[in-house]
Design a binder for this molecule. Structure first.
Ligand SMILES: *[C@@H]1O[C@H](CO)[C@@H](O)[C@H](O)[C@H]1NC(C)=O
Ligand SMILES: *[C@@H]1O[C@H](CO)[C@@H](O)[C@H](O)[C@H]1NC(C)=O
Length: 298
C-alpha cells in the first residue's frame, strides 16, 4: 500500500508538472468554460512520516496532514440483491466515513462546506471517468445518485478536517475538496474487492445454501489483513466495512488497514445461517426464492 501511494504521488507530481506547462488547469479557462482538474493536485502535501491517525502520543502539529478527530476511516460497501443494485459480480460503494477512534462518529460537520451540486462540481471539474465509476459502483438503494452523493458528502465528508478549504491555502477553488473526497473514496473502494475475496473462499451468491459469520469474516480478513465489520438484514449479508487509519491527509495519505474500533464495530450478522443472495436479474436467480425473499422484506 505504501508503495502504491509513493507511485501515485510520483504520478501526480508528474501530472501537475505537465499542467503548469500546458494551457490547461483546474482554474477557469480564458473562454470561461470549465476544464479538467486533477484530483489531489492541489491537496496539502504531507511528509511521509506524518503521524498515523488515532495513534499519536503527542499533539499532532499540522492538522492538514493529520486526520483528527475522525481518524478511523471506514470504507463501506453494500450488497443489494433485491432489488439488485450495481453489477452482479461486484459489491457497491456506500461511503468513506470518518469515525472517532472509538467506534462512534460525528456527522454533518463544519470542517468542509456542504454542497448540493456534487454532479455539477465533478462535471465542471472534468471528472468524467470518476463520474462513470460512481455511476457504476456508488449507487443508492433508493433515490437518485445525486441525492445519495450529497448525503455522503454532507453527512461524512464535511467531518474530515484535511478537506477544509484552509488546507488548500491560496490555490483553493470551491468544490476541489469534493473532487478529492470522491476520487479517493473510489480509489480505496477499488482496492477492496469483496466479491472476489468471498468467491476465492468458495462463498458465492446462491439461494441453495447459507454461510457462517466466521467463514465470511475469514475470507474478508484476507483483503486487508484486518477484520471487517459485517452487516446483515433479515439474515442476509448486505454490508461490509473496512477500517483504516491514515498517515497524512485523506487526499494523499497512506491508508493503513486496522481492526474495527470499539467492540468490533457495529456489525449485526448472526453467527450462522447467513444468506448471500444473487442480485435479482442475474442469471443464477431462482425466481420462486426471489419472490419469497421479497415477501420477507415487507
Ligand atoms: C493527537 O493530536 C491531536 C491533534 O493535535 C490532539 O488534540 C490530541 O491530544 C493528540 N493525542 C495525544 C494522545 O496526544
Ligand atoms: C456548487 O454550489 C456552490 C454553492 O453551494 C457554488 O459556489 C458553486 O459555484 C457550485 N459549483 C458548480 C460547478 O456549479
Amino acid at each position: 500500500m505504501a508503495s502504491n501511494t509513493t507511485s501515485l504521488k510520483a504520478l501526480l507530481t508528474f501530472a501537475s508538472g505537465l499542467l503548469s506547462q500546458l494551457p490547461l488547469g483546474s482554474h477557469q479557462s480564458s473562454s470561461g468554460g470549465s476544464v479538467a482538474s486533477i484530483p489531489f493536485a492541489e491537496a496539502p502535501s504531507c511528509p511521509s512520516d506524518s503521524p498515523l491517525s488515532c495513534h499519536n502520543s503527542t499533539a499532532a502539529k499540522d492538522s492538514c496532514c493529520f486526520i483528527y478527530p475522525g481518524g478511523q476511516l471506514l470504507s463501506t460497501q453494500f450488497w443489494d440483491a433485491a432489488p439488485a443494485v450495481g453489477p452482479a459480480d461486484s459489491w457497491t460503494l456506500h461511503g468513506l466515513w470518518p469515525d472517532l477512534c472509538d467506534g462512534t462518529y460525528p456527522t454533518f460537520c463544519k470542517s468542509a462546506p456542504q454542497y448540493h451540486n456534487i454532479t455539477q462540481i465533478l462535471t465542471s471539474a472534468g471528472q468524467t471517468s470518476l463520474l462513470a465509476d460512481m455511476e457504476t459502483y456508488w449507487l443508492p438503494n433508493s433515490g437518485t445518485n445525486e441525492h445519495f452523493w450529497q448525503h455522503e458528502w454532507n453527512k461524512h465528508g464535511t467531518c474530515v478536517n484535511t478537506l477544509a478549504p484552509s488546507c488548500y491555502a491560496s490555490s483553493y477553488n470551491s468544490g476541489v475538496e469534493v473532487v478529492d473526497f470522491f476520487a479517493r473514496a473510489v480509489e480505496v473502494f477499488k482496492g477492496l474487492d469483496t466479491y472476489k475475496a468471498l468467491a476465492a473462499a468458495g462463498i458465492t451468491p446462491t439461494h441453495s445454501k447459507t454461510y457462517t459469520k466466521a467463514e465470511i469474516q475469514d475470507a474478508l480478513t484476507q483483503v486487508t489483513g484486518s477484520e471487517v465489520v459485517l452487516g446483515c438484514s433479515y439474515g442476509k449479508l448486505n454490508q461490509a466495512w473496512y477500517s483504516f487509519n491514515v498517515k497524512g491527509s485523506l487526499q494523499t495519505g497512506s491508508f493503513v488497514a486496522t481492526a474495527p474500533a470499539g467492540k468490533g464495530g457495529r456489525g449485526n450478522c448472526p453467527t450462522r445461517g447467513i444468506r448471500y443472495l444473487p442480485k435479482r436479474g442475474s442469471s443464477s436467480v431462482d425466481s420462486e426464492d426471489t419472490m419469497n425473499d421479497a415477501q420477507n422484506e415487507l
